[in-house]
Design a protein around this ligand. Sequence first.
Ligand SMILES: Cc1ncc(COP(=O)(O)O)c(C=O)c1O
Length: 386
Amino acid sequence: MGTRPLLNRRLAGMGSTIFAEMSALAVATGSINLGQGFPDTDGPREIAEAAARAVLDGRGNQYPPGPGIPELRAAVAEHQRRFYGLSYDPDTEVLVTAGATEAIAAALLALLEPGDEVIALEPFYDSYAACIAMAGATRVPLTLRAPGFRPDLDELRALITPRTRLLLVNTPHNPTGTVLTPDELRGIAELACAHDLLVITDEVYEHLVFAGAHHPIAALPGMRERTVNISSAGKTFSFTGWKVGWVAGAPELVAAVRTAKQYLTFVSAGPFQYAVADALRLPDAYFDTLRADHLRKRDLLAEGLVAAGFEVFRPQGTYFITTDITPLGETDGLEFCRKLPERCGVVAIPNVVFYDDTEAGRSQVRWAFCKRDDVLAEAVARLRRL
Ligand SMILES: Cc1ncc(COP(=O)(O)O)c(C=O)c1O
């Protein structure tokens, strides 16, 4: 096979994710896993039953339609109207994907040419870097810095070049918990319009906002026609294994994303699509309870982390808390996280893996609080040993 590396050079250095390493460490040491962001309690029973019924009734067991089943596309359109007043045509402006992950991949592969630049909020969710690389494009980080983790719009303006094609916006933002304000979104939208940029927005934590409200950038003037709006059922309904996601946007954008998507998975999760259509139509009480439960969990873990000596950046959204380990006399988050399971039986994620500017994230550590209250209480008790 010669000396040529097997792995495509665009993926060099992306061997395995930090989540795999840390989750394996959690299993090996019997630690509480506050690393990977998945709930330890499944979503609503009635939605699980709807999925089981779909399987048993023979709905979705064979290839569903390429764009997604009509019931789910209609439910996504209804959801966007109900919560944000955005109207999308379910037939031409909504596409069902294998989770937000596939939506992000398909959108980037469809809309980028080699050499294009993509500006993304850093620290970024790990699939962004990989998909931008697979598209042959270049990522350009707009760094959110502690303690506030706000985007600097002057810095954003300065990062835009003639090669910039796309802004990749994630709000609520993983891992910092930043929820972009209407003013920040307006500033980003104005720059996108002024420079004729496309925008991809990852809104998978849209229903986990504790301060302020979630505002889709697509609702701002001039943005609907240039924005690919992405979300999924995983976080909102606590069924992360179902991998049902969606794209909403103008017909030309959705058609482009669909072209790439059809050669990735073509279709997925047939029976689950029926169940997610029901989930999106759950009454307001469901979404209110989800938020209230996670707010309580956030505060439980945040107080425990403060008591253990961390600097805690309380998130406005998502189910992650970012902390700084400097007050504990530590400086290297990666080393800290590798040793933490041995030291006290808890697993967390070093934020440095989400940064190009590794100095900016070196001493930050991320904790997931989408866990049962008793699990969080036990984690807090163990962290006191620090
Ligand atoms: C910011 C962000 N985007 C996308 C995803 C993936 O979503 P899905 O499971 O629907 O593919 C995650 C999951 O952790 C995430 O944190």
